[in-house]
Ligand binder design. Structure first.
Ligand SMILES: *[C@@H]1O[C@H](CO)[C@@H](O)[C@H](O)[C@H]1NC(C)=O
Ligand SMILES: *[C@@H]1O[C@H](CO)[C@@H](O)[C@H](O)[C@H]1NC(C)=O
Ligand SMILES: *[C@@H]1O[C@H](CO)[C@@H](O)[C@H](O)[C@H]1NC(C)=O
Length: 261
């Protein structure tokens, strides 16, 4: 009698939820999205670098400007794994696919019309998955590109230094050192005593004003990063079927997802 009850016991005890995206599956899919986003993010960084270079440094040193953006890039690379993983799993995709103890057709794989934690569910709800990955990337990039983040402060420091350097070179190019410029002024008229001091401080005031205006313009430029990402992704940021065409990678990504059991 005992041998007959054994299979029943195994049926009940066997962990049906073993067919879920766990471990390597979670890590692999998270890394695949982050890896695919490298390219649109680079498009954004290049666009930003071009604007900074043209607006604040008279088109000088585009390559240097790319390196000034490095703190934002590094912070994104360092911080994004955990956030991306939890945005996908388990914030949205988790749990069993069974309804009333039965797996609906296509579940757990390869195309499961129930939101659950399996590759088949990720494939079925691909537009949702695509939007989650985009939303996370966009929000994180936006946060890092805002005043208040450490990365932002470092980018700002590098750009301010470069722009001060740029202004100094411009003055040298005109062969008018800043103090001489301050003394002689636009008309080149010599002044004496107190008024000289006043004009030096006037030049200093101008320098401070330049710093403030560079800070303000940099903030405006970096504020565009989220919308530039949307543009790089081909627009239509939504959970619709044909959204974000350049950040979809649908065919290869689905094939990759289904390599996990
Ligand atoms: C996106 O990720 C998938 C899965 O890792 C990979 O096969 C594909 O080549 C990637 N595409 C791009 C453009 O990086
Ligand atoms: C998009 O991101 C915001 C902010 O992180 C979050 O509150 C929201 O739930 C996300 N939406 C989706 C669909 O992931
Ligand atoms: C000194 O500065 C004032 C205004 O700041 C300016 O009007 C004046 O022309 C300057 N004087 C000289 C000699 O440059």
């Amino acid at each position: 009698m005992l041998p007959l009850t054994l299979p029943i016991f195994f049926l009940i005890a066997s962990p049906i939820s073993v067919l879920a995206c766990e471990g390597q599956c979670i890590a692999g899919i998270t890394r695949a999205w982050l890896g695919n986003y490298t390219s649109p993010l680079n498009t954004v960084y290049q666009d930003i670098a071009q604007q900074i270079s043209q607006t604040l440094l008279s088109a000088e040193r585009y390559h240097d400007v790319m390196s000034y953006l490095r703190p934002i890039q590094s912070a994104f690379e360092d911080d994004s794994y955990d956030g991306m993983e939890s945005a996908i799993f388990p914030s949205y995709f988790h749990g069993k696919c069974q309804r009333n103890g039965v797996d609906p057709p296509g579940c757990p794989n390869p195309d499961c019309p129930v939101v659950c934690g399996t590759p088949g569910s990720l494939v079925h709800f691909y537009p949702k998955l695509r939007f989650i990955a985009y939303n996370y990337t966009r929000n994180t990039l936006g946060r890092l590109s805002s005043p208040g983040s450490d990365a932002y402060k470092r980018v700002e420091g590098a750009v301010l230094q470069a722009s001060a350097e740029h202004r100094r070179r411009e003055r040298e190019r005109r062969r008018v050192p800043w103090f001489e410029y301050a003394i002689t002024g636009a008309g080149g008229e010599l002044v004496h005593g107190l008024s000289r001091g006043r004009n030096i401080s006037h030049a200093w005031t101008r320098e401070v004003e330049s710093v403030e205006s560079v800070k303000k313009e940099l903030k405006e430029i970096l504020r565009q990063t989220p919308s530039l990402l949307e543009k790089a992704c081909g627009g239509h940021a939504s959970e619709e079927e044909n959204a974000l065409p350049k950040c979809s990678w649908e065919e290869r990504m689905k094939a990759y997802i289904l390599t996990f059991p």
